[in-house]
Design a protein around this ligand. Structure first.
Ligand code: N01
Length: 541
């Protein structure tokens, strides 16, 4: 079975769905491959109890279509996973996308043929699809990671990762359960596991700063207002830093005297959600300012957790709040007041090995029936390097990025012509509203392919010098923030052996959008464009 299309799109999450739709609208033939049995990407795989978005539902949706925005109605401030998945399914049907998606089919590899300037894409069904262009929509946080704990394969119980949760659910009733990891996934899961399990042991290496989500039902008025003003709000959103129409950030905390400082923090805490960080303007830029907000959160932990030793264990002290991705929760700290829930601080009592009956730390054996590895992902690059991309001279993407991902604008990488990435490394990606990031990338790529078609260009490739300059700008932008002062997945620090680098562009969505548009308006400055005639001449020569 061989196919021939203009564009292969990898993945049918929200990025892939929009790419497929927008490319098709411009008359391109598209084949989309999806490993899952249906659409939804992240929200297809992350079916763990408590999974819920931490961006408000009225923002966490497509904005490109008036119909989609007005016909769909969210029910809660933060949508739960089943509702987001239902939205993805509904969009796929509403836009009639399924007929161009091949499900249960993984892209194993893709090889660039320099003579014809096309990609040959190999899929798990044994087929090869030839396409002029490949657009990856494989997810920023999708390549699951489980650290290589000694003895892990000997464990006789059940094991799970939140990002590959069984569709039929898991029965934890009465079981002894271990969770390793307290990032966004672990923090969401833990209260639900504690409800069901006989006993829950949380293995925590770095305590998280988490803010109450304060989820609630949306009221009819706010839904009506959002729908009525959709077009204006969508346009405003495109020109924001974060892809969200935020209220104005507050004053500088360092310039705000008491008691006003605490009053503002209390108000923001009551409002809940990760916008807590924007209560003051200097918290993400200045360590002294940050410490004032961090101290406020530490006091909140001490006020909720009854046992002082447990409270101390759960309290982050050695990195700035927001330096790692801020977590939002429902009843996370209160869960540790339950008699069936303990925390083990791995910094004082590290995991030595996994044994058939449980987790052995230095202090002894914790016998469990189930281990949940909430240990995160090989973010931004993993989903791409796990596909065997072969560019010029057969060089693999994995090798090309062995010393760090190098891209031009986070959209393309030298040595791999006609390959575009949606929300990949060195773009704003996970630092902004994913829908805003996806729409900006898809619209830029579709405009690019349309321009190339009109001018007879068959090959586009990023110049190494453009990448070098972009890489410097990405590093410089992160150096201005506290992300550069924290070990986190934002810099690839969570994966052993991964080159540490700024994985996201921190300059904000609107600045990034203007830079990308400027490059396009300037004839795709920084790329080499080759037209069909030149390609034929090269072949003859
Ligand atoms: O993964 P993480 P996640 N031994 O990498 C620990 C998004 N998301 O799946 O901090 C022991 O954040 C690790 O410890 P440490 C969101 O962007 C959003 O939770 O490295 N522990 C950490 O505690 C998020 O940031 C939503 O010391 C080990 C945890 O595992 C991103 O996805 C929901 C370890 C991993 O935390 C990833 O979140 C879920 C080891 N060897 C996810 N290795 C919402 O929208 C790792 N850990 C709400």
């Amino acid at each position: 079975m061989n196919r021939d299309v203009d564009v292969v799109v990898i993945g049918a999450g929200f990025a892939g769905l929009y790419a497929l739709h927008a490319l098709r609208e411009q008359g391109f033939t598209v084949a989309t491959f999806e490993a899952g049995t249906s659409v939804g990407g992240t929200w297809f795989w992350n079916r763990y109890p408590g999974a819920r978005c931490d961006v408000e539902s009225l923002d966490y949706q497509y904005s490109f279509s008036e119909e989609l925005a007005t016909e769909w109605t969210w029910t809660e401030r933060y949508a739960p996973q089943p509702e987001i998945l239902a939205y993805a399914e509904w969009v796929a049907d509403r836009l009639d996308l399924r007929r161009h998606i091949t499900f249960e089919t993984r892209v194993d590899g893709a090889r660039f043929d320099e003579e014809s300037s096309t990609w040959r894409v190999s899929t798990s069904d044994g087929a090869v699809t030839t396409a002029r262009f490949v657009v990856t929509a494989a997810g920023s946080i999708s390549a699951t990671s489980v650290p290589p704990f000694a003895g892990a394969e000997s464990f006789r119980g059940e094991t799970y990762h939140p990002g590959r949760w069984p569709a039929e659910g898991v029965d934890f009733t009465g079981k002894r359960v271990a969770v390793i990891g307290v990032g966004s996934s672990g923090v969401q899961l833990i209260p639900h596991l504690a409800d069901a399990a006989g006993h829950l042991t949380v293995f925590q290496r770095t305590p998280a700063y988490t803010v109450p989500a304060r989820n609630r039902a949306l009221c009819a008025d706010e839904i009506t207002l959002a729908k009525k003003n959709h077009a204006v709000l969508a346009e405003q959103k495109r020109r924001t830093f974060s892809g969200i129409n935020l209220p104005m950030t507050g004053d500088a905390i360092l310039a705000t005297p008491e008691p006003k400082r605490t009053t503002v923090l209390e108000q923001a805490w009551k409002l809940g959600g990760n916008l807590f960080l924007t209560a003051f303007s200097d918290v993400q830029l200045d360590l002294d300012a940050n410490e004032l907000m961090a101290a406020f959160v530490r006091d909140k932990i001490a006020a909720v957790v009854d046992d002082p030793a447990t409270a101390r264990a759960l309290t982050p002290t050695d990195y700035p709040i927001g330096g790692k991705r801020i977590v939002t929760d429902t009843d996370f700290y209160a869960t540790f007041n339950r008699p069936n829930t303990d925390v083990v601080s791995l910094r004082e009592d590290p995991i030595v090995e996994i044994v058939p009956t449980g987790v052995r730390t230095e202090s002894g054996l914790h016998e469990v029936d189930v281990i949940v590895y909430a240990t995160g992902y090989d973010n931004l690059t993993g989903a791409l390097t796990r596909i065997d991309f072969r560019g010029r001279d057969g060089v693999s993407l994995k090798d090309s990025w062995a010393d760090g991902a190098h891209t031009y604008l986070g959209l393309a990488t030298s040595g791999f012509p006609n390959l575009f990435t949606i929300t990949g490394p060195q773009s704003p990606s996970v630092l902004v509203n994913m829908f805003a990031a996806i729409e900006q990338h898809v619209e830029w790529i579709v405009r690019c392919l349309t321009d190339l078609r009109e001018s007879g260009v068959v090959e586009i490739e990023a110049l190494p010098e453009s990448e070098r300059q972009w890489g410097e700008q990405v590093e410089a932008a992160m150096a201005m923030t506290l992300y550069s002062k924290t070990n986190s997945w934002y810099r690839g620090a969570n994966i052993a052996g991964k080159t540490q680098q700024a994985l996201m562009y921190c300059g904000g969505l609107v600045d990034y959008r203007d830079r990308c548009d400027d490059v396009a308006a300037d004839g795709y400055r920084g790329f080499v464009l080759t037209d069909a005639a030149a390609l034929t001449e090269e072949e003859v020569a």
